[in-house]
Design a protein around this ligand. Structure first.
Ligand SMILES: NC(=O)c1ccc[n+]([C@@H]2O[C@H](COP(=O)([O-])OP(=O)(O)OC[C@H]3O[C@@H](n4cnc5c(N)ncnc54)[C@H](O)[C@@H]3O)[C@@H](O)[C@H]2O)c1
Length: 433
């Protein structure tokens, strides 16, 4: 089938969906994006991106002007006029750390009402194993059509990194699984048009679902190991960062970098999807659960470092001013979803500290919603204790003279502790005694 014969309806125009839609449009596919957020839809139709991501605004402007991409809130109409439907809606966990698939279910319910013979449905949202076969397929079959026999179903996870999304989407390898060979091949053909990376077709849908979760669980558990080693090193008066650097000269060792916790929409959520499915099978997923617990406790460890360092300087945490540098979950991004800065701020407030925060990438309203007072970098540096949570480039230039009250908790290994200690600053960090 030629490119011109495809009509793509993409559900969920967020951090992953919008760049995907724009890349398909840029590569000659007519795309209609669907979102329940009418402000985002209006934004896109006026030629700008509601998602902050390098290059995305320009790309959206270009493909909207070329009439290759438009957005709508009318999912049913979009599904009826498309022959490929892609689902990239959010899949968070609920308060019990169980998957919340309500957005996937809702998008698929809409798609089933517009489904036609020969259509292909592709799920990109991160989901627990067997979701495509046990949940998505039956919803789509409410159309009266039979999966595989009348319409195709494929799953392909996304791996792009915020702030580098367009590059990664066009260069990373992509894993695809289908309900049958035809679905997988059709999906592979489509994605081959937007990526130079290898398209890896796996045996079936569930393998592709599991691949994504395994990748993020691998990262989460390795970060947990680094964090646990760092905390042990602190108590043994060993600089864990130096030790890890030396250990990584071993040709088969790659210890990750410890830090204040794990955030973002993937690493802090996806391992729970494995835990949920493992428990249903009577398996315990011990390493995965423990790793989550270690990483979730890291902000509390940082709060502990703050309290002890303030005491060392003769101050109590109560009524102390704490300047948090960076609330985004990682350096140089605006994404603060599941950020470890949030539980840290809550803990400090519960200890009656006055929390001020600076982030050059995150909106002041968001900082305020976390309970902190948004301030300039200078004001944050003037606090009784400064705590660096995010390795934004702006913070790499911090010098000992800038820490006005001589207490600095640097949770990311971007500054040299010796330089600060030499100037009388109480300098502590994760893994840095
Ligand atoms: N952000 C990442 O770095 C990343 C990376 C890999 C995978 N993922 C996965 O991709 C999926 C989407 O994540 P995201 O970061 O793009 O989320 P997001 O929150 O940025 O965007 C999701 C969009 O879907 C819309 N939406 C919600 N329900 C809808 C519905 N029923 N119909 C149509 N639109 C709907 C929302 O309004 C929002 O605009 C998730 O499953 C996530 O785990 C994300």
């Amino acid at each position: 089938m030629a490119k011109e014969s495809y009509r793509i309806a993409l559900f969920g125009l967020g951090h992953i969906g919008l760049p995907t839609a724009a890349l398909f449009a840029k590569n000659g596919f007519k795309v209609e994006g669907v979102d329940i957020n009418s402000a985002a839809v209006d934004n896109i139709n006026s030629g700008s991106s509601p998602i902050l991501e390098p290059g995305l605004d320009e790309l959206v402007k270009e493909v909207v002007a070329q009439k290759m991409l438009n957005a709508t809130t009318d999912g049913l109409r979009a599904a009826k006029s498309a022959n490929v439907m892609i689902v990239v809606v959010p899949t968070p966990v609920d308060s019990n750390n169980c998957s919340d698939l309500s957005a996937v279910i809702s998008a698929c319910e809409t798609i089933s009402k517009g489904l036609k013979k020969g259509d292909l449905v592709i799920i990109e949202s991160t989901i627990p194993p067997h979701t495509c076969e046990n949940i998505v397929g039956p919803i789509l079959e409410k159309s009266g059509l039979k999966v595989s026999q009348d319409f195709g179903l494929a799953y392909t996870p996304e791996r792009a990194l915020p702030n580098n999304t367009l590059y990664e989407m066009t260069h990373n390898a992509r894993v695809i699984g289908g309900i049958d060979m035809e679905s997988a091949q059709k999906a592979a053909y489509l994605y081959q048009n937007i990526t130079e990376g290898k398209v890896v077709t796996v045996k079936n849908l569930v393998t592709a679902e599991m691949v994504k979760l395994m990748e993020n669980t691998y990262r989460d558990t390795n970060i947990a190991l680094a964090n646990e080693l760092a905390i042990i090193c602190e108590s043994l008066e060993i600089d864990a960062i130096d030790a890890i650097e030396a250990a990584n000269f071993h040709p088969r060792v790659n210890i990750h970098t410890p830090g204040p916790g794990v955030g973002g929409h993937c690493l802090s959520i996806d391992p729970y999807f494995i835990v949920e499915m493992a428990q249903r099978q009577g398996k315990s997923a011990d390493i995965i659960k423990t790793s989550r617990k270690i990483n979730e406790n890291m902000p509390l460890h940082v709060a502990d470092l703050i309290e002890k360092s303030l005491m060392e300087s003769g101050k109590s945490i109560e009524n102390a001013t704490i300047g948090v540098l960076g609330v985004a979950y990682k350096g140089n991004v605006a994404d603060a979803r599941e950020t470890p800065a949030q539980p840290l701020i809550q803990t400090l407030i519960a200890k009656k500290a006055e929390v001020k925060a600076h982030d050059p990438h995150v909106a002041s309203e968001f900082i305020q919603s976390m309970g902190a007072q948004p301030v300039s970098m200078e004001d944050a540096l003037n606090c009784d204790c400064v705590v660096l949570m995010t390795d934004h480039d702006e913070y790499r230039q911090i010098t000992p003279e800038m820490i006005k009250n001589s207490v600095f908790i640097c949770t990311r290994p971007i500054l040299n502790p010796d330089e600060f200690k030499a100037k009388g600053v109480i300098f502590k960090g994760v893994g840095r005694p």
